[in-house]
Design a protein around this ligand. Structure first.
Ligand SMILES: [Zn+2]
Length: 147
């Protein structure tokens, strides 16, 4: 082999090694990237679950039956909706409730036809795409004078 041939071979070896190293670095970086993305997503899931736990302020629907169970299920599913609605059963005065969600934090909602009716009606209207202020109006019209 001539001297110039040897140089060429060395150059090729360097080039091949270079490509392999670059490829390995690239692969390593993308593995790291997808790892980083995944753990960020995991952290988000953990944070979301944690928030769910802390937002789980209502009683377990399974301890009730019928319409009451349904109302507690709505409270569990849709706390943000109920928290924006007024309960017209008078519990704001008698129990210091601030909104309809409060009725489902204890057994109050289980022996109050207004609380139950409001939750069911609220979810029905929300499912139709009714905005919260319109739901609030509808509940007032329906329940401000009792059941
Ligand atoms: Zn109430």
């Amino acid at each position: 082999m001539s001297a110039s041939g040897k140089v060429k071979l060395d150059a090729m070896v360097v080039a091949v090694v270079g490509v392999v190293v670059a490829g390995a670095i690239y692969a390593g970086a993308s593995v790291y990237r997808s790892h980083a993305t995944q753990s960020a997503a995991d952290q988000q899931t953990i944070a979301a679950n944690d928030a769910m736990q802390r937002l789980r302020v209502t009683l377990d629907p399974n301890q009730f039956v019928g319409e009451v169970k349904r109302a507690y299920q709505i409270a569990e599913r849709n706390p943000a909706l109920l928290a924006q609605l007024h309960c017209w059963c008078g519990c704001d005065v008698t129990d210091g409730h601030k909104n309809l969600l409060d009725c489902y934090r204890d057994t109050h909602g289980s022996h109050c036809a207004i609380c139950t009716g409001e939750a069911i009606e609220a979810e029905r209207l929300a499912a139709q795409g009714t905005p919260v202020d319109k739901i609030r109006d509808a509940l007032r019209d329906r329940y401000e004078n009792g059941e």
